[in-house]
Design a protein around this ligand. Structure first.
Ligand code: GDP
Ligand code: MG
Length: 180
């Protein structure tokens, strides 16, 4: 019988405070959503096992608090990452404007062997919020940014409605595995 080697993939989730990083992880791994805002999560990371191209993969998804600075988290936290998930809130423009910083800061501190090939993914979260004029960042604007950053994949998600969350993290696992 062919033995299946388990592959551990380290994923770092970054973005401003309140965009839904913890909620997305919690929806993906635990299938739960809470309206309540909790600045911190009990665990530093959540894990999820999945099959990618018949390969057993363990995603280790690390949560961060947006207000924390990279310096305080330390480079060791980012090193060895196989994928970086950038999250913003499609209804709050300034959470998108900081994407360049998060992207560049990650590369600076994770110092991957080839920064131009390091896999990022962008999630535009809270697309369920629809009161007519809440949307601040169009899908096109986000896509244009992704293209300008060497074709980062983009997903619009809702942690609340569980929209696109599985697909987004499945894609994370795929590109992380490809990079690993
Ligand atoms: P974090 O600081 O990035 O980890 O953000 P949280 O996951 O703590 O979420 C911040 C707030 O936004 C909480 O009140 C969540 O319930 C809410 N939230 C997160 N994701 C969504 C979403 O997709 N839609 C809506 N409507 N609210 C969300
Ligand atoms: Mg959080």
């Amino acid at each position: 019988m062919a033995s299946r080697k388990r592959t551990l993939l380290k994923v770092i989730v970054l973005g401003d405070s309140g965009v839904g990083k913890t909620s997305l992880m919690n929806q993906y791994v635990n299938k739960k959503f809470s309206q309540q805002y909790k600045a911190t999560i009990g665990a530093d990371f959540l894990t999820k096992e999945l099959l990618i191209d018949e390969k057993l993969v363990t995603l280790q998804i690390w949560d961060t608090a947006g207000q924390e600075r990279f310096q305080s988290l330390g480079g060791a936290f980012y090193r060895g990452a196989d994928c970086c998930v950038l999250v913003y809130d499609v209804n709050v423009g300034r959470t998108f404007e900081t994407m360049d910083n998060w992207h560049d800061e990650f590369l600076k501190h994770a110092s991957p062997s080839d920064p131009t090939k390091f896999p990022f993914i962008l999630l535009g979260n809270k697309v369920d919020v629809d009161d007519g004029n809440s949307r601040a960042i169009s899908e096109k604007k986000a896509n244009d940014w992704c293209v300008s950053r060497s074709n980062i994949p983009y997903f619009e998600t809702s942690a609340k409605n569980d929209y696109n969350v599985d697909d987004a993290f499945h894609s994370v696992a795929k590109i992380a595995l490809h990079h690993e």
